[in-house]
Design a protein around this ligand. Sequence first.
Ligand SMILES: Cc1ncc(COP(=O)(O)O)c(C=O)c1O
Length: 407
Amino acid sequence: MQSQSLRVDEVLRDLDELRRRDPDVHGGRLFGLVYPSGRDDIEELIHAVYERYLFSNALNPLRFAAQAGMEREVIAMAGDLVHRRATENHGGAMTSGGTESILMSMLVNRERARAKGIDRPQILAPWSAHPAYAKAAHYFDMDFVPIPLDGAYRADVAKAQELMTDRTCVVVASAYSYPHGIMDPVEELAALAQEHGAACHVDACIGGFVLPFMEMLGRDVPPWDFRVEGVTEISMDVHKYGYVPKGASLILHRDDDWLWYQTFFYDQWGSGLYATPAIAGARAAAPIIAAWAVMKHLGVEGYMEIVSELLVTVAHVREGIAAISGIDVVGEPIGPLLALRSDTIDLYAVADVMDEKGWHLNRNTEPYGLHLMLSPAHRHVVDELLDDLTFAVSHHGNSQGKPARYA
Ligand SMILES: Cc1ncc(COP(=O)(O)O)c(C=O)c1O
């Protein structure tokens, strides 16, 4: 740290200079890292919440009872969306993000397996599942067993069946997957899990605030939530398609009691009982209250309106892609996440041209291609995106060899 103090305006000047080097989170040129709603009312509300809750702490629900009540309400509202049976305890927790929700869920499954005498339990998850499952296995001394995908980029149920062992404590299904935006066969995987006495975790980190509204809009959505017998846990992120800033996700359990397996209690020190339902101790309250506020503001009808418009954007992009010869959408993605592939065009070379034009498209390794996670705010840039993609396809050179990097 430098020895002298800097004035506030000096710090802000330096900050703005640094900030200019990063992508504009409102520019519509980023995909996946941020989920801009493109709505001023939502953003104004979030700013107002942050102003009020900037310094608050969500660690102690007894000290901040009103805050804790709002957190429980978010859990209950999300539970309604995924058809969780309403109970007094809500059987869920808010966490800092999808990864933490998944970690907590895998910890629950490990603890339940250990209680049954399984020393090193296995997580059976689609090859396309988010790395958080492998991370959980790494952190919690479990084994991560990937389920190969079928030709449609869905978890292959027959192969999953062959991989089940006495140590399988949980079967994972994505609704929908990050790499391809494709739904796994949740009903079949949940049935398989149930048959073997294992849990079934549905990862709806990206789909959780999209699929319920697609269904309400009359779209064909295969069963994936707690209405499917055998689904025991669902992770869903408010900080993605719920449109609140980072730091807000949910892990919901079908059975209230399972929450206790993820709750840590300790009182062998000098300051009394310490109990937390997830990894963090002190927690930012602002993202939790922003989740409460945005969900209250939008309500079901507000989210339906956003998803309805988002689907128009997705259809527009898909039409544009269909018109570019040589590029295909991978499989049958259900919603706003498209993976692109090609037999004839080097899509990493296309990505290089798109990079030069200021688009931040992600690269996929399997199949080799591009990854396009559409948010509501992309509706303002669709034509420009398609024009630049068309240009890049016909004007690219050799790939500069930039690797696919998720994080
Ligand atoms: C399907 C899926 N699950 C889990 C996660 C992890 O979420 P987070 O990055 O909030 O930890 C992501 C992130 O993109 C995801 O797409």
